[in-house]
Design a protein around this ligand. Sequence first.
Ligand SMILES: Nc1nc2c(ncn2[C@@H]2O[C@H](COP(=O)(O)OP(=O)(O)OP(=O)(O)O)[C@@H](O)[C@H]2O)c(=O)[nH]1
Ligand SMILES: [Mg+2]
Length: 642
Amino acid sequence: MPEAMKYVIVGTAGHIDHGKSALVRALTGTDPDRLEEEKRRGITIDLGFAHLDLGDGLRAGFIDVPGHERFVKNMLAGAGGIDLVLLVVAADESIKPQTREHFDICRMLGVRQGAVVITKADLVDAEMVELVTVEVQEFVAGSFLEGAPVVAVSARTGQGMPALIETLRRLSAAVTPKPAGQPARLPIDRAFVMKGFGAVVTGTLVAGRLETEQEVEIYPLGRRVRVRGIEVHNQSAGEAVAGQRTALNLAGVEAREITRGMTLAAPGWFEATARLDAAISLLPGARPLKNHAKVHFHCWAAETVAEAVLLDGKELKPGGRAYVQLRMAEPGLYLPGDRFIIRQFSPLATIGGGVILDSQPLRHRLADPSVLAGLEILERGGPEARLALLVEQAGETSESALVARTGWQPSEVARVGKLLDAKQSVLRLGSPPNLYVAARHFETLAARLIAELEKFHQANPLLPGLAKEELRGRLALRASGSTALPSPLLMNGLLQALSAQGKLRLQGETVQAAGREIQLTAEELAAKAAITVAFEKAGLAVPAAQDVLGGLRIDRPRAEKILHILLREKTLAKVSDDLIFHRAALDQLRRLVAGRKAVSNRIDVGVFKEMTGLSRKYAIPLLEYLDRERVTRREGDSRLIL
Ligand SMILES: Nc1nc2c(ncn2[C@@H]2O[C@H](COP(=O)(O)OP(=O)(O)OP(=O)(O)O)[C@@H](O)[C@H]2O)c(=O)[nH]1
Ligand SMILES: [Mg+2]
């Protein structure tokens, strides 16, 4: 198999009995009707699969759909991932209801290319083929199939097949490949047990790549499982690439736990959701859609009931379009840009379709005009405007969260993020820059931080400042109902920026507002002097700190704080829990011990006591202090003077 093989997915569409399956079989040699019941009844019930090499390095995976109106939901499960549609119309019947319905579905799912195939050409004369061709051309006018090739074929005689294959080759060459660089995503259309292998799931890999042995996540199960084996178009393969029909043998899960409509994806990126903001269009022939109406929601292989909340509150008229929030009965993995179909709850009929704009919407207040303005940007805005909006809504968010919210390739998020950073509407923090902060959010927090700091200084004039973590705790912002703290990374960014602007000072873990040196009252200054003098006069034979503080004229808590100020200023030093010395006394001690080196480079407790005239109570803590200060080093019973 050549390296640069290009894979496209070709789907059939059309009314029951118009020859879709016979066509796929005539093209590929594979009968897509695989169920016993399908063979017996001669109709397609569920999706069928086949593949064909088109030449020129092109390989088509076929998805054959049922035409019966009762099985439209199965048709929908296959229609999501197709690149090309073959709109099948029987020459002896022309356009019928499911020709219309399937065509509407393809249009609303955003299928961009395809061909019209007039089947059963052997049953009618050339004039009839001509007539049906004209009818179909009129029918598709104004759509993506306007001007598309029309090929008349017969599965019975083989007439037209070479021309159809040539047409498929030409169309396939022009298909935009599915995005292999995005995190992998595979909507599951089948899950079954294979004897001796365990759970197998199949689907079209609509984005990314998968390798054997890799871990994948199943949504909305929230389970991580291992890919034991991969088959691409029925051949065992080491990896699968976006665009391929893929079967995966999974370890760590039972087939019965998995159902059609679940999604297998690269682990860790995404979140299943039961709430989507979307733009929907209603078909001209549909009934008006009432606010809060229940509909069937079909996206990729998934189907669930959803409540359609019209975001501007009015009834949606046939042929109209609107922004809605879809609240789904069951969660699933959906991303912005995904197309979906809605069907009337009862009686069943396809009534419209749309595109997902936001799969993790904030809780809106209805009638909030900014909601509609935001959706307008998500629908029509360029990448910069869209990313800026998402960052703005979040305040701060990570690059990977933005990948999950946009569905973009990580490198694309980084590229657009850089542009926004250059325009200073978004700040990117961290190295590599992974934290995205809206500039406005940053400014708001910076102002709050300074205000909180000032408030703190006012309330605590004797404290030098506030610990970083405590300050962060005071910056909780109320956003969309929940209280969020700035992350430590953002907090550091704020402190660095404010410190660079000279608005605050950082001293280790302590934050101090600029110009907020401690202001002491006259009484406190007198107490500070008294404490200093008491220790200075004592030399090394220091009194207990409690006795010094107790003798002051100010209250005990204030006295304690002043003692702390002296320790912080390093006028005093704490040598052990209950011994505090004046700096000068300790300096003199260092000199004394250093001077001893002239006699010996060793010193023991006895000599130390003798030299200093101190009792053991002071001598031991002081020697340990000197060890810590690397003036001495304990070796056995004595100490080496360094
Ligand atoms: N004469 C003739 N009969 C055909 C041709 N193609 C299909 N048929 C017959 O038409 C009938 C229906 O064909 P299918 O291929 O099953 O039709 P389908 O569109 O797949 O039907 P569903 O999947 O149930 O929607 C079968 O009896 C086929 O043998 C053709 O080109 N010529
Ligand atoms: Mg069929």
